[in-house]
Design a protein around this ligand. Sequence first.
Ligand SMILES: [Ca+2]
Ligand SMILES: [Ca+2]
Ligand SMILES: [Ca+2]
Length: 608
Amino acid sequence: MRRRAKRFTAAWAAAALLCAAGLNAQSGVHAASPEVSGEALAHAAESGTRTIVSAVNVRDSLVAQYGSPVIDGEIDPVWDKARIVEARHASGDTRASAAFRALWDDHALYILAEVTDGSLSMESPLPYEQDSVEIFLDENRDKTKEFSVDDLQFRVNFANVQTIDKGDGSRFYTATRLTDDGYIVEARISLKNKPDNGTVSGIELQVNDAEGAGRIGTLNVFDPTGGAWDDTGLFGEIFFTGKKRGDKSGLNPYDLLNLMKRALSIDYSLYKNPGVVKDAILQVAAANLLGSADVTQEQIDEQYAMLAEAIDALEMTEEAANEKYFTPLPVEYLALSDKPGSIERLSYRTANPDGGMDTKYVNVYLPHGYDASDKNTRYNVLYLMHGMGENENLLFGGPGENRSLKKILDNMIANGDIEPLIVVTPTFYGGKGDIAVFHEELLQDIIPLVETKYNTYAKSASLQDLKASRAHRAFGGFSMGSATTWHIFAHCLDYIKYYMPLSGAGWGLAGGGDAAQTAEFLADVVRKSGYKPHDYYIFSAAGTQDFAYPGLHDQIEAMRQLSDVFPYSSDPAKGNLYFIAGEGGTHTWYWQNQFIYNILPDLFKGES
Ligand SMILES: [Ca+2]
Ligand SMILES: [Ca+2]
Ligand SMILES: [Ca+2]
């Protein structure tokens, strides 16, 4: 115990130094073996671990032994229990090599990576193009294509800067150390469910090998395709074993350390009462729990609760509150809801440029409890457009499917975050196949189809009735779908009140298309329409690591200057425009779904 406490002091000091230096880490990964099934391992486990594991093709499997290492970048003796697995799948020109080991206890999975790499670089602004280790975990091993509530992708580079691609980053704690010929990563991942001997999870482990400003190759333990970031079904398996009667988990100071790191990285200029958290930080420091040899988990947890309560008590200044801040999607919202909505697919005919007609489809999300015969209950409608290369089935699949966005909608509605609504996913492919004229198809075909079939606020499909119900209609989209949204704004202001352009500027709307020209063009549309600032709303977002971020951000900033037309505020009662910058976010639906989660409560606010 004495020795462990001393190690914790080192970890604490390292974390405190990291925080003081303002380094903020986040991250991502993958691995697996098609030949060795988890069932086989689990089955074998029932009759004695040691034999089993050697009876299967262990070269391809990851076996985690029971034990709690100290996360400090040093290889503690407990790691000797763990089998070493080499990353065998190399891509590109990498000459690096990597060996991994795994341990587990009642609360966490631990990964040790020893990377041999003569040239370490973090020059690239893209975290996956820096020398780094990625960990992908499918804890419940349900191998879904989309990352679900239990799944994660964390990354940490050789300088211990983390990036979180998917999952709750507060579950990730790491330490790194440079070696003579590379670096070591020691990582801890909190588990959602307590494992036991025989537990099997999906996992992939990846090394990104950088040279200069680029990535020259990757090393993977299981997946040779490099597609684990997009499909948990490509992961390999990790087998938990080796817990003996009386074995106990080591102390967990890591949640408190992560919370301290978070507390120290808060921008206190945004808050009226920063003192509450600063006092709490001093209290944790004064308690010096991690320097004490006889610290208990209970004492650590008390300090955690005290600090968490202080952070919750922060109140924003009025000026700061005018900005719209990103709130991560609660991972629970990716779980199946017990009040599920349903998906229907509708077809329609629409004109193509050759004078003929195309058959096209939309998917329609109907909220839980939707009753076609109840004509008195009416629903707002959001039309949501995909990006380039995608289609109308991307988000909802089709009837019977439960993809991420559907689960998010189900959970938001069930929890009362939003009123029940209808969400329609069309496509800009087929028909005229041109986003600049998609408004014709929307008005003539799609809205009439959807809004006369379901219980909406449109009394009929006449333009007059669509105009009368404009406050109950929204259009949004991602990337090329965002560009579509800006075009729809330019043409459909009479019929749609709410707009949600995500990760895409108004390309091709105006002249040379620079931000100021586009903003002026959009303001002109409004001025000619005669609508007042509370007659239309634009809620926009992009991730700061998204290639589309600069273009969209600049356009929003230019619009913000035209404050007579686009008053900016996070509060729809005060303004009609805001932009969410998702820190670290990328050009993926994983991020767009979170933006939608942030924006949905502001659509149709006070309209029903
Ligand atoms: Ca260690
Ligand atoms: Ca899973
Ligand atoms: Ca390298």
